[in-house]
Structure formats: C-alpha cells, structure tokens
Design a protein. Structure first.
Lengths: 374, 295, 524
C-alpha cells in the first residue's frame, strides 16, 4: 500500500544507448498501472528500475515518499512476478512461496498460515509439496503469484506474467488477476505488450515507445482520444485504418474527402474542430475497423474496394479490402447484421462499398502525427 | 523425368533399406569392437605384466609364463611407494577441497555479478594463460626452498601451487552457471536475499553436477601431474608423488630391474582413481559437454 | 576490392563463392584486422592521455574545494574519511600508510632493497655484496661468508615496486572517496558508514569477498612470477651466476642478440626448428583428434547401435587413468624390445631404410617418431572429443534431420549439411583452445619421448640442452630449466616470452577470423 513516484527517470546502457527517456509518473495508492508498448520500448526496464534490478542512470524513484535509488531490491519492500516464473527448481511449492518469509526468519506457524492462505486463494493447495518441475504452466504461474502474495509488500510488480501461457489459459488468468486484485488491496504495476491485457486490467495505462511515454490515461481515454497516431494504432484490434486525405471547411461545417467520397464530420468531433479553429488541409484520418460499415454504390460517402481476405471470426467478420490506389483497409462487421445472401457475396475479388459515420473519426496532423483535437 | 526415377528407386529399395542399415550397423560394430580392443589393450597389458614373475625386464610377449604377486610385494616392501601413494592421496583430497572453493568463487562471480573491471579481469586471465605456466616455478621453487616447502615437505608446496592459481580455470563452471536463468537471482533478491544468500540458498543447490565435476578434477590433478611436481622434488625423498617417483624406474639405468614393478605401481595408482572416476562419470560428462557448448 | 551486395553474391556458383571469399579474406578481412589493431592501440594511448588529464583535474579540484581535513588527507591518509564519519575506512587507510612508510624506511626495508638491486641498471650486479670464502682461524679452513642472494634481492625489489604502485593507487583512492563524500554531503545525504561497508561485502560488493582469495592466489603465484620471469630475461641468471655463490647482473638486451644466431647450436636455429614442429604437432594433434573423435561419437550414437553406454565407458576409462601410467607404458610398447615394437621387427613392417640405418624401433627415426606421437595422441584425445561431440549431437534438434529427410537427404548428406556445420559452429572456440593447449602439451611429448631421446644433430645443443627432434617449445624449456647443468634461466625466460608472443598472436588472429565467435546468435 504505497504511492510510487518517478521523476525524470532515465536509463542509459553503456555510453549512449538510451532505453528510457525522461519518465515522469505519479502512481496513486492502490492503483493498478499498466505499462504497455511494443518490445524494446523500455517498459520492462522501467519496471526493473523500480524493483532495483537495474541501476537508475538519472532521476529519482520514490516509494511512499522515500527515494529508493540506492536501496537494494530487498530493502524496497516490493514483490515481483517474472515472465518465466523464476521458481526455485530445488524447492517445493511451499518452500518457494515461503522463501522470503524464511529469509526474514518468520516463525513457522506464521509461515504456514500465510502460505496456505495464499495457496487457498490461488487454488494450488494440493500442489504444495510438489517441485515446480511437476507443475503445468498455469500452475507455475499461480505459484509465482503466490510467492509474491505471501509478503506484505508495498508494491506488486508483474513483468509480462501471462505471455508464456497459451491463449485460453491467458484469458483465464487475466480474469483471475482481476479477482485477485480485489482481494489483495495494494499498488500494482503491470508490464505487458498485449493491449487487450492493458485495457482490461489497468486503472490507468502508460503507453510507451522507444523509451518515451506516449500517453497516460484510463482505458477509455486512450481508446477514445489517442494522443497520436502511434497510440491510436497500438490500442484496439484490428488496428485503426488511416487515410491520407483533405479536411475541408465549408460554411462552418467540416468534411473529409477520402478517395473521392465526401463525408461530413458530425457530433462532438465537429464541434471540437471548430472550437480549435482548425482551417483544414491535408491530414491523416483514422477510423477504427468496427466503425466502418457496408454501403451501396449510390451513396456519395461510399468508398469502392476489392476484397482480398475474408476472416470469419465467428461473431464477426474481418474483411481486408484494398482501395483502388492500393491502400489496405480492414472492416469489422458483426455477423448478425448480415443476410445470408450478402454474406455469400463477400468473397475474394468482389467489389464492395464501405463508409463510416462522421462522429467516429480521428484527425492527426499529417506531419507530426499528433491528434489535432488534443 | 528425374523425379520419377528417384520415386521408383525408393519403391524398389523399400525392402533393401532395412538390409543396408543392418549392413551399416555391422560395419559400425566391427569398428567399435576394434576400437575397444585398441583402447583396452594397454590396460590389460599393464595388469598382466604386473603379475609377471619370471623376469623383471620388459619382454616382447604379453602373457606371463609364471603368475605371482612378487612385483607387488617388492613394491610395498622394498620401495617408498606407499609413502608416495599417501602423499598423492593427501594432495588429491586437499586440492579437491581448496580448488573447488577457488574455482567456484571465481566462476560464480564472473557469471552472475556485474562490476567494474570484470571484462578486464577475464582478459587478464586469458592473457596470463598464454604464458608457459611452469616458468613461474623458477621463482616459486626458490621461494619454497627458503620456506622449506620442497623435497620432504613438497606435498604442502604442491597443494599451494595446484590451488593458488586455479581460479584461472573457471571456464567450464562459468559455462554451467551461465545456463541457470538470471531471473532466479533476481526473484531471490526481490524476495529479500543478499547476494550471499542468493549464492548459497539458490545457486549452490542447483549446481551439484558442476560442484562434483570440479571436485573430481581437483582430486585427479595430483595423480597425473609430473611436470610441476618434478620441480619441487627431484632426488629421492619422502615428499614424492607417485608420478615423479615411478618415472625414475623407467630410466635407462633402472628399467631392466624395475619394469614389472612399474606396471604393478601403475595398477595400484590407476585402480582408485579409475573407480572414483567411473562412479562419478555422469558428472564428468556433463561438465565436459556443457563446457564445450558454452565455449 | 569491390564488394558484392547480397543479391549479387547469391548469383555466384560454388567456385566463384570460394574465390570471392578468399579474395575478401586477404584483401579486406586481414588488412581490416591489422588496421583495427593499429586503431585500438592508437585509441588506447588517446584514452590514456584523456584519463590522466581527468585524474589530474579531479585531484586538483578536490584539493582546492576540499576543507582542511580533505587537504590534510593528501598527506595523511584517511583524514577525509574521519571527517565525514567513515572511521573504519579511515583507520584502514591510515594503517596502510604507516605500514608503507615504515617498510620503506626501516634499515633493511624497501628503499634498501631497491638500492641494492640496481634495478634495470645495465652492467650492474643484482645485489652488492658478493659472498666469498674466507680463512677462519677457529676451524683452520676457508669458510663461506654469505653475501647477497641476487634472486632474493630482485624479488624484494620487485615486491617493493609493487608496494609503491599500491601506495599511489591507495592515495588516489582515498582522495576519490573524499570527493565522493564531499558531493554526497553537499546534496544533504548521508555517507556510508563502516557498518554499511561490512554489510555490503555480502551484498552489492559480494564480488570483492569472493574474489579476494582466488585473485590473491593468481597475483602471488602467476602474475608476480611472470613479471619476475620477464625481468630475468634481462639478467645473466644461470647455473654459473646463481645469485648466491655468484651474483648475477643486469645485461639489458644482450641475450636478444642470441636469438639471431642461426648457426649450429644457435638459439635462432633451434627456436625456428622447434617452433615449426610445435606448430605442425598442434595442427595435426588438434584436427586428427577432432575429426576422428567426432566420427567415433557419430558411430556410437548411430540409430540401432546397442550398449552405447558400454562403448562410451571403455573410451572414458582412458581419461581416468593417470597419464604417466598409460603414456609411459604405451611408449615402452613401441620400443624395439616392446611387444608391438618386436612384432613390427619380426613382421618386417619397418621400412628398409630404417633397418639399414640401424633404427630398430619407430622411436629412432625422426619421421616415424613424430607420426607415432600423433597416433598415440589420437588414442589419448579421442575420448574427450567423443564425449563433447556426443553432448552436442544430442543437442541438435531432431526436426532438422526429419525435415532434411523429407527434403530428400541421405545419411551422408545429413552428416555433411547438418551435423558437421553444427559441430563446427559449436566447437569452433574449443578447437582454438585445444590448439593452444596442444602447443603446450607437455605430458604427451615428455612422457613418451624422455626415455627415447632422439637428438637433433643439426642443432646439437641449444640453451644448454641437447635438442630432440620431437621436442616442443615447452619440453625444450622444461629441460633448459631442470635437466641441464648450465640451467640458463635467462634463456628460458626469453624463450618463454617468445612462446607467449606466438600463442597470443595466433589466438588473436584466429579469434578474429573464425566465424563462430562473430555470429554467436546463428544457431541460437
């Protein structure tokens, strides 16, 4: 139960390989923070600096108001779950979980109580006498979490804990972590490269790229109002479609003209554009696949495309289409909205017409790729 | 066209494949048997000759005309062999203990800990290893003579020589430590362990094979060493190890009366070492292969 | 030369690839290698200059910015530490200084030994008082009045120099610590106490604890003797000038001239001859073992071969038996009177020319002796390689073989396209170390040939010992120091330095040229 504060934290390897740049973040007590980004973005390095496993090149890390830069990991009162579990192969599950308590010379009764309590929560009581070797991947992961749980640590760090599990197990564990979080009421910092995990788990998400923080915000914020093109494309699957197009302002109304179609910007977005006093010109337009809809030839807002790939996902259909200029787009259509006839026509080579509404667009500067509305 | 041909051949030789493999295996068995004979011949030879009674000289036939324990009796009654054997055994045990400590410390530090000068240290040891090591014995002999650690006391001096610089042969065990995931150390450190606790609570229990390998190597070194030992002990003295002691018997002047006794001594020396070695063979193999793979 | 891009390279046929790579090696890789060496030497000096500059600046600022205690610690160690509350460190520094000053100044202390040794002063003796015989009335005979012992004088002088360097380093260290303390207190933080220091020796400074003993051992028993040995090359230390009955002296580079002597018994001739056989030996010993050992491993691991463990154990036994037993016995087997030697004679398997020259065993002819050495070394070495190769063979992913079988490879193609490249890659570094250790393979050569010496009459005696055809540099050195009446230690030192140069140069080139040290990730 603690706050964590990072001020101007920087990590430099060797002479000039910068892994983390000017990292500033205030983490509130009992908050669940997720660092997310592609591999090599510096998210794990930041976590390891908080844990004390990496030196901090510049800046300070505070836990509960105390600067911990020069403290050893064991003096920081943190718990950590590793990607490859890092269970001690020579110890039983019980001793693995008791390891930190033994080091602190906690009496046996208490060790027993705390380990069995944690095992109970995680459902691994029957494996307590086994060695890690004899456990499945999911069970090992639970032991790793249990090992972190038995300590009353101030901060709970998790470094891609689910990425070694298969897809089904990962979904299950993700749900369990949400439950777990309600049971152990502490500050969490969670690192992942998977945006779904980030969105479902985090109170706030920190999106990183090349050592820089791109955006910090709640899942809704980063989804609805991505600060730049990178965040927009990173959050959400399949990734957002982008068009290089013109924004025109006529009689106080804004229009975009992707591929010859003309679509009016409506709703909040239109008002915001006006409020910011944006004149128009060449921009990058972003539309999420789920916001694209099928249309007909005579619709002035329709863009004609050829289907290249049809992915049937069950509840929805992912259509990869190619526009006349050769640009690739993805359209996501719920299957319930499709008639059988229409479904049969969505095959390779057929031409379809797609469009989108005026209120779902995202506008990015063509050069800086920053969101024009933020 | 080509493709069809090969297809046909495969079909035709469908039965023949098995036969040809059997033929191949037979050839391999023949070679292996030959190899076995060549490799074991000297050992049978040495055992047989050690029981030869009719002559103390080297003979050009293998099978003794008369079997007996004469050579062994002479070995124990007329020579200091027992003393040499004892010296070597003591050296073996002491070297095994000390050297293991030195080697494991060095390799653990170089594998797991990061500190300023680590690369430099490794380079230094690489370069030192390129000097003909025994030239250091010129000085060491002189100093040890003053300290009284040669001749009768040579075993003590030799233990120091064997162990002192043994940190330089850290490669194999470092290779082993390198294979233990780093995250185990990190997990333990987050769990509240000091580096020292990481060392003896996590790494050591996981390193049984390499510990045994290092002990084995340390134990065997004094049995086979002739070069270094011959610096500290050159005349007949109570401090000899078996190699230096027995070597004399094969010199031109002595070989004719001592050859079969040399064989007996060889058998006595080889027995314990070979037994220990074969018992712990598994760990030796692990050490050798691990070291090769890690470079 | 013109470098091809990837696509152009892929167009070449096998012969062109070979030619291209050869050309690349000689026209680009080698020159680049030497250029790199030159550059790194240049860089080294540049960095040295920079380092010295930084040190001086840092020392001066520490002095000008420091308070009285810091200024005082430029003369008296540890005062800065005392001032900032690091009592333990302060005491250690101060005690070190007191010991140092005491040692240097006492009557037979550091300065005394340094002066006595005439360190590196060409033409002067090491030590000043020559021991001599003097008439003693009591015993009515000449008795030996000992003087200096050059060996000891030189050793003490060397130790003193090391002590002085350590002193300067410590002086700098405690000044640096003053600086660190100044910075820390300026930021308003607390400096580390003695208790913290002790605690950290088991934690973030744990390497110091673990390394202290092994490093001390290496320093005392390898580094110090090697430096001493190098110094010996500049003196006249031998049996006639053993330092005790006769002082030896500094001769400068005089002995290096002897290396240029290519006449009979000349050092240059002997060194050249022995070096060429040493290199040949190392080459054949390494590669014969490597290929045959691998072959044996593949045979034992072949599918369908039973009792694999038995075959392996048979071979491994040879490792277990101490070499002096097995090698001495095997050497005797090939004697003219030995079991095998006799058979060779009886069956007339020795070449006629040898019989005519009255060379009745394989040991008595230079060529056959050398071949025999390599063959016996195969007997010694195959088990090691076999074990290693077995480990690697088991590590080769089986799906490589499966997919190659589907691609239509036969057993031989699998071997040459998968097994061999994989082995080559993994064992590349091992081949190098094994080559180096074969250069210095004392046991095999000495134990096999010592009782069958085959004197090389072209060279005759060099360095005070008769040189054999089969001598490696290392056995030659060994005999020079131990088996020779003249005990020319200075020559041994000189040759030792040369051996180092040869080995270091070879390793450097090979390390930079063989592929597996460069593309470490290829087989990941």
């Amino acid at each position: 139960m603690a706050t964590v504060k990072l001020t101007n934290v920087k990590k430099i390897y060797g002479k000039d390989t910068v892994a983390v740049q000017d990292f500033n973040l205030d983490i509130a007590d009992k908050e669940f923070i997720v660092f997310v980004g592609p591999s090599g973005c510096g998210k794990s390095t930041t976590l390891r600096m908080i844990a004390g496993l990496e030196d901090i090149s510049e800046g300070t890390v505070e836990i509960d108001g105390v600067v911990v830069n020069d403290l050893q990991p064991r003096d920081r009162n943190i718990a950590m779950v590793f990607q490859n579990y890092a269970l001690y192969p020579h110890l039983t599950v019980f001793e693995n979980m008791a390891f930190s308590l033994r080091l602190k010379k906690v009496p046996q009764d208490e060790v027993y109580e705390r380990v069995t309590a944690a095992a109970e929560i995680l459902g691994i009581t029957e494996y307590l006498t086994r060695k890690p070797r004899a456990l499945s991947g999911g069970q090992r992961q639970r032991v790793a979490i249990g090992r972190a749980m038995v300590r009353d640590s101030k901060v709970f760090l998790m470094d891609e804990p689910l990425s070694n599990l298969d897809a089904k197990l990962r979904n299950q564990m993700r749900a369990e972590i949400i439950l777990l979080r309600q049971k152990i009421d502490t500050t969490f910092i969670y690192v992942t490269h998977d945006q779904t995990e980030a969105m479902t788990l985090g109170d706030r998400i920190v999106i990183m790229k090349d050592g820089f923080i791109q955006q910090v915000g709640t899942p809704t914020e980063v989804f609805d109002m991505p600060i730049n093109l990178f965040v927009a494309e990173f959050i959400g699957a399949p990734k957002m479609n982008t068009f290089k197009t013109n924004l025109i302002c006529e009689n106080g109304k804004y229009y975009v003209t992707p591929y010859g179609a003309k679509i009016e910007v409506t709703g909040k977005k239109g008002a915001l554009l006006a409020e910011k006093g944006i004149q128009g010109g060449e921009i990058l337009l972003g539309v999420r696949p789920e916001h694209m809809t099928l249309s007909t030839k005579d619709d002035p807002a329709a863009i004609p495309c050829k289907i290249t790939v049809n992915e049937m996902m069950g509840s929805e259909l992912h259509l990869h289409v190619v526009e006349d200029n050769g640009d690739q787009l993805i359209v996501r259509i719920p299957t319930v909205t499709l008639e059988d006839e229409q479904r049969k026509s969505l095959v390779f080579g057929n031409t379809i017409y797609v469009t989108f509404e005026g209120k779902v667009m995202h506008f990015f500067d063509a050069e800086t790729e920053q969101n024009l509305l933020v | 066209m080509m493709k069809k041909n090969t297809d046909n051949r495969i079909r035709k030789t469908g039965m023949g494949a098995k036969a040809s493999r059997r033929l191949g295996n037979t050839v391999v068995y023949v070679i292996l048997v030959l190899i076995t004979l060549v490799w074991l011949f000297p050992f049978f030879g040495i055992v047989l000759e050690s029981f030869r009674v009719e002559s103390r000289m080297q003979q050009s036939y293998l099978w003794p005309k008369e079997f007996g324990f004469d050579n062994y009796i002479r070995l124990f009654n007329e020579t200091d062999f027992m003393q040499w054997f004892k010296n070597t055994a003591i050296m073996g045990v002491a070297t095994a203990v000390l050297q293991t400590f030195f080697v494991l410390s060095m390799s653990y530090v170089l594998s797991r800990l990061r500190f300023k000068g680590r690369k430099g240290l490794m380079n230094l040891m690489l370069i030192l290893g390129m000097f003909p090591g025994f030239l250091t014995m010129i000085l060491i002999y002189k100093v040890f003579t003053d300290l009284g650690l040669t001749m009768d006391m040579a075993p003590v001096g030799l233990i120091i020589v064997y162990c002192a610089s043994s940190g330089m042969s850290y490669y194999v065990s470092k290779g082993f430590f390198d294979t233990i995931p780093k995250s185990l150390d990190e997990a333990a450190r987050v769990d509240g362990a000091t580096r020292w606790q990481v060392f003896y609570k996590v790494i050591m229990p996981l390193s049984k094979p390499i510990v045994i390998y290092t002990i084995l190597m340390g134990f065997m070194a004094p049995w086979g060493d002739f070069m270094l030992a011959s610096y500290l002990i050159h005349e007949n003295s109570a401090g000899m190890n078996v190699a230096v002691g027995v070597f004399e018997w094969l010199s031109k002047t002595m070989v004719n009366s001592n050859y079969t006794m040399f064989c007996a001594a060889g058998v006595i020396v080889a027995l314990p070492v070979t037994l220990v070695f074969l018992m712990l063979q598994k760990y030796y193999v692990e050490g050798v292969t691990g070291g090769a793979v890690k470079g | 030369m013109k470098r091809l891009n990837d696509l152009e390279y892929l167009k070449l046929n096998k012969l062109q690839v070979l030619l291209y790579n050869l050309k690349l090696f000689f026209c680009a890789t080698l020159p680049q290698f030497f250029k790199n060496i030159g550059l790194s030497i240049l860089n080294f000096f540049k960095n040295c200059g920079l380092w010295v500059k930084n040190e001086v600046v840092d020392i001066v600022t520490t002095f000008t910015k420091g308070n009285w205690a810091v200024k005082l610690s430029f003369l008296f160690f540890g005062f800065g530490n005392f001032y900032y509350g690091q009592i333990l460190r302060g005491i250690l520094f101060l005690v070190f200084e007191i010991i140092f000053v005491g040692y240097m100044l006492v009557p037979s202390g550091g300065l005394y030994w340094l002066a006595k040794s005439n360190f590196l002063k060409t033409g002067s003796t090491v030590g000043t008082v020559q021991g001599r015989l003097q008439y003693d009335a009591l015993y009515d005979t000449d008795v030996w009045v000992p003087g200096d012992d050059s060996v000891k004088v030189l050793l003490y002088a060397l130790l003193t120099i090391i002590f002085i360097i350590a002193f300067i380093y410590t002086w700098r260290l405690q000044i640096k610590q003053c600086r660190i303390c100044m910075d820390i207190t300026a930021k308003g933080k607390k400096v580390r106490s003695g208790k913290d220091d002790m605690r950290s020796l088991l934690d973030d400074q744990f390497h110091k604890t673990l390394l202290s003993l092994p490093l001390f051992g290496i320093m005392a028993f390898t580094v110090l003797p090697i430096i001493y040995m190098v110094l010996i090359a500049f003196t006249s230390y031998d049996a006639a000038h053993d330092g005790y009955s006769n002082l030896f002296s500094w001769v400068g580079l005089e002995h290096f001239n002897e290396l240029m002597d290519f006449g009979q018994g000349g050092l240059g001739l002997a060194f050249g001859e022995i070096l060429s056989w040493t290199l040949m030996w190392a080459f054949f010993a390494t590669f014969s073992n490597y290929f045959l050992g691998m072959f044996v491993a593949i045979m034992i691991n072949k599918k369908g071969i039973k009792i694999k463990k038995f075959w392996r154990t048979v071979l491994v036994m040879t490792i277990a038996i101490p070499q002096f037993v097995s090698l001495l016995y095997v050497a005797k087997l090939f004697d003219a009177t030995g079991i095998i030697g006799k058979l060779l004679l009886e069956w007339n398997w020795l070449p006629q020319s040898m019989i005519e020259a009255n060379e009745l065993s394989l040991w008595q002819n230079p060529v056959s002796a050398k071949i025999l050495l390599i063959v016996i070394n195969i007997w010694v070495g195959i088990p090691y390689i076999m074990l290693m190769a077995t480990g690697i063979l088991m590590n080769i992913p089986q799906d490589l073989y499966e997919s190659s079988r589907i691609d239509g490879a036969n057993a031989f193609q699998q071997y040459s396209k998968i097994t061999l490249p994989y082995m080559m890659f993994v064992m590349g570094p091992y081949l190098l170390t094994s080559f180096v250790s074969n250069l210095n393979n004392f046991n095999v050569i000495y134990l096999l040939t010592q009782n069958n010496q085959l004197i090389n009459t072209e060279i005759g005696t060099a360095g005070g010992v008769s040189v054999c055809h089969t001598d490696l540099l290392i056995t030659w050195l060994y005999k020079m120091t131990l088996n020779s009446a003249e005990s020319k230690y200075y020559l041994a030192s000189l040759v030792g330095i040369l051996v180092f140069v040869v080995v270091a140069a070879l390793s450097l080139i090979v390390y930079n040229v063989i592929p597996s040290t460069r593309n470490e990730e290829d087989y990941g």
